[in-house]
Write a protein that binds this ligand. Structure first.
Ligand code: G3P
Length: 225
């Protein structure tokens, strides 16, 4: 299981990295634009510094033609580092670029995946992660659970070195659904994780434990005994 953050907000990243068991982070042009920072590469390097080299960083291209995608991939690698994952939408041109990048030794994350065939083609082309868009599929009346399950099954049967990273979530139940569907990773906005942990039942349980404790031990905690 891998938990990735789907944000480019430095404050949220710092908080989330010190709290949750984070394995990496994904961005896309919409997420980055929300930060209104013109200094794109310094922002990406700042994120890399917070994450460290042992977590995965996935940075999305903006060009839609194969040649342009390859140029951006070079620029991303040059200005960030060699470990970065080049996140590329699985369009016809994107697929072509994914195949070339994989052969050239780039780490590739295929994204904007709505159908099983997109995921299968990207996996065969050499992508290491497949970002499947759960909530966006539901919005289109696509059976998202079925797409996740069939893609996971195809990867498992092929033996390819490729993981599904569930993406596009509007609530935490969607996140737990995709793990049950065979996703090995998820990328989640930190706000959704915070919402799940703000469940009032947790605080009530903790309060009750402490009330019971105090009836015997008063104000002393375990370290003071
Ligand atoms: O990682 C992909 C994701 O950012 C898309 O999410 O919420 O825009 O559907 P959303």
């Amino acid at each position: 299981m891998e938990l990735l953050l789907d944000t480019a907000n430095i404050r949220l990243i710092r908080e989330a990295v010190s709290t949750y068991p984070i394995c990496g982070l994904t961005t896309n042009p919409s997420i980055v634009s929300k930060e209104k920072r013109k200094d794109f590469f310094p922002l990406m390097r700042e994120i890399r510094e917070i994450l460290g080299r042992n977590k995965t960083l996935h940075v999305q291209v903006t060009r839609t033609d194969c040649e342009g995608i390859l140029k951006e991939a070079e620029a991303i690698r040059k200005n960030i580092d060699e470990d970065v994952y080049i996140k590329t939408p699985v369009s016809r041109e994107g697929l072509k670029a994914i195949g070339i990048m994989a052969k050239d030794g780039f780490n590739v994350t295929a994204t904007a995946i709505y159908t099983t065939i997109q995921g299968e083609l990207a996996a065969m082309a050499g992508a290491k992660y497949l970002a499947l868009y759960y909530n966006r599929m539901l919005n289109l009346d696509i059976d998202a659970d079925s797409v996740f399950r069939s893609t996971a099954q195809a990867i498992a049967m092929s033996g390819l070195d490729c993981k599904i990273v569930g993406a596009s979530f509007k609530n935490i139940m969607q996140v737990t659904n995709v793990f049950a569907d065979g996703a090995e990773a998820v990328t989640v906005p930190p706000e959704l994780l915070d919402q799940a942990m703000a469940n009032p039942s947790i605080a009530i349980a903790v309060d009750n434990f402490n009330k019971d404790w105090k009836t015997v031990y008063g104000d002393k905690d375990i370290a003071q005994l």
